[in-house]
Ligand binder design. Structure first.
Ligand SMILES: [Zn+2]
Length: 461
């Protein structure tokens, strides 16, 4: 029933429930719901982690080790970064669809709009050599060394009514694993047959009104446990759900061809790992800044690029694989509003324009220009020698991606936690290239045993 006690925006969907099996068979939704599902593909992993972290239900977590990775970045001492703006940039990855997503009916990503800062001194002297902007107010001007802290507002040039990505007159069928298809009776009957449903008298229609909080909850379930509609409606009281297996991590053979080609030539990083001799359990790893930069950079990659380009639609988060597949299969014009929007959803890119040279994945950054009084300003490159971290010390990395500068205290505490004696430790050196990076990425989405995933694959003394 519609909630009349608050005037907060809600979107309505109809779900069709199998009364006997207590499961949602499918949902019928309009553009406002489908637009939100599709918009997820454009959001960098770090943005999704931040967004889901705000949800009140903490009884389960989504996105495996990425929560720890994001928190580690947040806690990381600023002095280890190459420039003042590197940390800000990594913590606040840009989404190319930001202006579009402002028009979504429910706001699920409450990231502040990007602000632009330029050097006030050079601006007033009209130095044409410093046509650079920064996205935070801490960067230092390359020309005069002053702080780039004069704000300049940006004009949004996206002001569309109705649907954001999909047509606002179409209706859609969404399955309980987030396959989305335009509504057609023939399509629906085929779906029911495929699901083994011959008798529709068991199906009951329910209307759900969802606000932002509930939508976030649904997405959190979709990104962690699967069967989002059924879990949303029946909560934990459905014994059937307990038996439903979470899909496995899949195999490395799912790689797209262009990745297979790159694997042989990709550069390698070295990681030292400490194992417990008696059990083979991974205790911790120690790495240089190259590996840490690689890990922090993962947070800037949009979900669609991870699921599509890097994992070929077999990311291990089946709901997201299905959303991406649905977008790829959907025709432009009648359902998706334009080819440009379709490209925005499925075309690979790296969230940041300036990413680390230690980024292993074969994807490119997206150039950002900003018009300030009709001059095209470019984003200032925040890196030093194409690195985001200073070349300085060693870093301590746990299996579930908690990262901090190495210290003896940290090592002792970890050994104590695992109750391991010093003579029960052995050290290995492993090298990490594109193939291992992909394994790690895949594992980080689902599991807390993230480093173990590369260890099993490649271990050399
Ligand atoms: Zn200046």
């Amino acid at each position: 029933m519609a909630d009349t006690t608050t005037n907060k925006t809600k979107i309505s969907i109809k779900v069709f429930v199998d009364k006997e099996k207590r499961r949602v068979v499918y949902a019928e939704a309009d553009h406002s719901f489908v637009d939100i599902l599709f918009s997820l593909m454009t959001l960098p992993l770090g943005t999704i982690v931040k967004m889901l972290g705000k949800h009140a239900d903490t009884t389960f977590e989504a996105l495996g080790s990425l929560n720890n990775l994001y928190q580690s970045l947040k806690d990381f001492p600023e002095s280890y970064f190459a420039t003042e703006e590197c940390k800000f940039m990594l913590l606040n990855p840009r989404s190319l669809s930001y202006d579009h997503c402002k028009n979504l009916k429910l706001k699920i990503d409450d990231t502040d709009p990007v602000k632009y800062f330029i050097c006030g001194t050079c601006w007033s002297k009209s130095y044409s050599t410093s046509l650079y902007f920064s996205i935070c107010n801490k960067a230092k001007c390359r020309t005069c060394g002053g702080l780039m802290n004069s704000p300049h507002s940006s004009k949004s040039n996206v002001c569309l009514g109705g649907g954001v990505f999909v047509s606002d007159i179409a209706n859609f069928i969404v399955t309980d694993d987030f396959s989305v298809m335009p509504y057609s009776t023939v399509g629906l009957l085929r779906l029911l047959t495929d699901l083994g449903i011959n008798d529709t008298s068991h199906l009951e229609e329910k209307k759900i009104d969802m606000g932002s909080e509930q939508m976030l909850y649904l997405l959190k379930i979709a990104l962690s446990r699967g069967f989002p509609f059924t879990r949303l409606i029946f909560h934990k009281n459905n014994p059937l759900l307990a038996g439903l297996a979470v899909p496995g991590l899949g195999s490395a053979s799912d790689q797209p061809d262009f990745i297979k080609k790159e694997i042989s030539t990709s550069s390698k990083m070295v990681l030292e790992v400490c194992l417990q001799k008696s059990t083979g359990k991974l205790l911790f790893a120690e790495a240089k800044e190259d590996f840490v930069e690689f890990l922090f950079g993962i947070l800037s990659i949009p979900l669609g690029t991870v699921v599509g380009t890097l994992m070929n639609g077999t990311s291990s988060i089946s709901c997201m694989d299905n959303v991406l597949k649905s977008i790829s299969n959907m025709s432009v014009g009648r359902y998706l509003k334009s080819q440009d929007l379709k490209n925005m959803l499925v075309t690979p890119h790296f969230g940041q324009e300036y990413y680390s040279k230690n980024q292993l994945f074969p994807i490119k950054g997206t150039l950002t220009t900003q018009s300030v009084s009709d001059y095209p300003y470019q984003l200032k490159d925040p890196r030093l020698n194409s690195q985001l971290l200073r070349q300085c010390s060693m870093f301590f990395v746990t299996n579930d991606l908690v990262i901090s500068p190495s210290s003896s205290q940290l090592a002792m505490k970890t050994l104590e936690k695992f109750q391991v004696t010093l003579n029960d430790i052995e050290k290995y050196e492993i090298s990490i290239g594109l193939e291992e990076g992909l394994r790690l990425l895949k594992a980080s989405l689902r599991s807390s045993l993230t480093l173990t995933s590369i260890l099993e694959h490649q271990l050399k003394r």
